[in-house]
Design a protein around this ligand. Structure first.
Ligand SMILES: Nc1nc2c(ncn2[C@@H]2O[C@H](COP(=O)(O)OP(=O)(O)OP(=O)(O)O)[C@@H](O)[C@H]2O)c(=O)[nH]1
Ligand SMILES: [Mg+2]
Length: 546
């Protein structure tokens, strides 16, 4: 009997399950400015993936982080686009995705959430739960993604830790289990108490937080560690810890994996306080890649057929290589460089020869990859966001959410001599899904009408056109703020017969689907009342293979 089992389990299968078990793929999410990029940088520092956090030569206000590498990100100090960083730590292979917090870039963040198995939610401890964190949390909850919480910026006057936990439970409706507890607060913030090992970790600040913070570890009664704290801080910490013990809550792994409870870690990213504890605690409890269910079929990561989907496309990441990368999340089987796969959109077989592992804007050829990995594929113009790549054409992922644009603007090309660059740049950005283009019906206007989730996306388009394609552009506000899709099978004469509110206009999206542009919600509602038999939709209808 024993022999039969051994014979059935082939060495290849053993290695793929081992590889899956050591993968941890996660995103860092939050409201803008809570400290995601800073924490990402520190996780890389503690994970041994970079020697120095940031760059020693970076000037004040000019950040040089590994994950904010775009010109505009460095200039503005905000993240605009998500970044993939793959590195090894303690036997694990981590795929970490830093996301932008600003709502105008949330489409990118939401796509990333389809590609990860867990998230670290960063909260500014002085501010508590902010609106964008709440929205992102909702998406995670719907997807059942396990959430780990990092209460950041404890080095600044923060809300009471108990109040922060209460907020998690009250505002987000999720159970909160403090894995560690802050010692002191604001300027007096000294470190954290690890509730599982019952050890105090007291840190020293290092200028600029570029190196790991020196730490002394000891129990509550350890005189050496105790001697570093003033009485008030020590007594407050002891009292709070007793209260937590008294509450008697225990760490519930199953509730964490189901996304019903979140382990909470306190710290300060910029000062490196509590970063190692977060990383180790996360790895201890976060899940390895799981099965995905698509159209009623369960696809296990250990399925021998290779499958994955494209969740992001970005061009010109490295000025040395003017090309575009399709980011693929591997979901099942093993990826081998040069393998031939079925591509869902074109329904054709393609050979994947140029594959890379990614680290910010750096890349390195990769020969094999396993479920959980994010790899970058170069040189396939036909690849689009949401496409499935697989050795089994029956597998089709439909993971990518769509967003309804709320900002509209014409984009002029003031320099006709640069028409080619302007058009080429715009086509690329359209393919990346940064913005959408609409074409007005019966109109002689040749200027592209752009539609985006938020107006900051237009600024990104202009900046990237100029810096990556050398093409100037000029924006002209368009008078609409709402777009709705008409039924795809509507006939031209039926469109002619529609009764349109003043100021509305018919246009077509890039897939030639008809839409109506309205100046406001009221006008859209009025249309619905006066054209009862024509249903409107906030999303384009998806075709079977999309
Ligand atoms: N005092 C203090 N400041 C911090 C800490 N962590 C980050 N910051 C600062 O907070 C600001 C925002 O940090 P980022 O890491 O860029 O925030 P982000 O969440 O990545 O922002 P977006 O990606 O634009 O949403 C920066 O000025 C950081 O230096 C911390 O622990 N303490
Ligand atoms: Mg950031």
């Amino acid at each position: 009997m024993f022999l039969t089992v051994v014979l059935l389990v082939s060495p290849a299968f053993v290695s793929i399950t081992e590889e899956i078990q050591r993968r941890r793929t996660f995103a860092i999410i939050s409201h803008p400015d809570a400290g995601k990029t800073t924490l990402t940088e520190k996780l890389l520092l503690y994970g041994g993936a970079v020697q120095l956090a940031g760059s020693v030569t970076s000037r004040k206000n000019q950040r040089a982080t590994t994950s904010d590498w775009m010109e505009l990100e460095k200039k503005r100090g905000i993240s605009i686009s998500s970044t993939v960083l793959q590195f090894d730590y303690n036997g694990y292979r981590l795929n970490l995705l830093d996301t932008p917090g600003h709502k105008d870039f949330s489409e990118d963040t939401y796509r990333v959430l389809t590609a990860v198995d867990a998230v670290v939610m960063v909260i500014d401890s002085a501010k508590g739960i902010e609106p964008q964190t709440r929205k992102l949390f909702e998406v995670c909850r719907q997807r059942g993604v396990p959430i780990f919480t990092f209460m950041n910026k404890c080095d600044r006057p923060m809300k009471e830790p108990l109040a922060l936990l209460d907020e998690l439970e009250r505002v987000l409706g999720i159970g909160a289990f403090p894995v560690n507890w802050p010692i002191g607060n604001g300027f007096e913030f000294r470190g954290v108490f690890d509730r599982q090992t019952k050890q105090m970790h007291l840190f020293e600040r290092v200028v600029g937080g570029k190196y790991r913070a020196p730490v002394s570890v000891g129990s509550l009664n350890d005189p050496e560690v105790r001697g570093q704290l003033d009485d008030a801080t020590f007594l407050k910490t002891v009292e709070e810890l007793e209260m937590l013990e008294h509450a008697g809550e225990i760490f519930d792994d199953a509730a964490v994996l189901a996304g019903k409870s979140t382990p909470v870690f306190f710290g300060s990213g910029v000062n490196n306080f509590g970063v190692q504890l977060l990383l180790d605690g996360f790895l201890k409890h976060a899940p390895a890649p799981k099965s995905r269910v698509m159209g009623g079929i369960e696809i296990s990561p250990a399925n021998p057929e290779f499958s994955g989907f494209i969740f992001k496309i970005q061009a010109n990441m490295d000025p040395k290589h003017r090309d575009r990368i399709a980011f693929v999340r591997v979901c099942s089987g093993k990826f081998d460089r040069d393998m031939t796969v079925f591509h869902s959109r074109s329904e054709k077989k393609v050979r994947l020869s140029s594959s890379h592992k990614l680290f910010g804007n750096e890349r390195e050829t990769v020969d094999e990859a396993f479920p959980g990995d994010v790899i970058g594929l170069v040189g396939h113009d036909s690849f689009g966001i949401g496409d499935t790549l697989t050795t089994d054409p029956k597998i089709l992922y439909k993971e990518i959410p769509r967003f309804t644009p709320e900002a509209f603007s014409y984009l002029h090309n003031p320099n006709t001599g640069k028409y080619k660059q302007f058009r080429q740049g715009l086509d690329q950005l359209l393919q990346e899904g940064v913005i959408q283009a609409l074409y007005l019906r019966n109109s002689s206007i040749k200027v592209p009408l752009l539609a985006a989730v938020g107006p900051l996306q237009f600024e990104v388009v202009q900046f990237r056109l100029e810096s990556e394609y050398g093409a100037e552009s000029r924006l002209e506000a368009a008078p609409w703020s709402v777009v709705r899709w008409l039924p795809t099978d509507i006939k031209e004469d039926e469109i002619d017969a529609l009764s349109l509110p003043t100021g509305s206009k018919i246009a077509y999206d890039i897939g030639k689907n008809p839409v109506v542009l309205f100046s406001n919600d009221w006008s859209a509602e009025y249309f619905a009342k006066t054209n009862e038999r024509v249903p409107l939709s906030a999303q384009p209808v998806q075709t079977a293979r999309e």
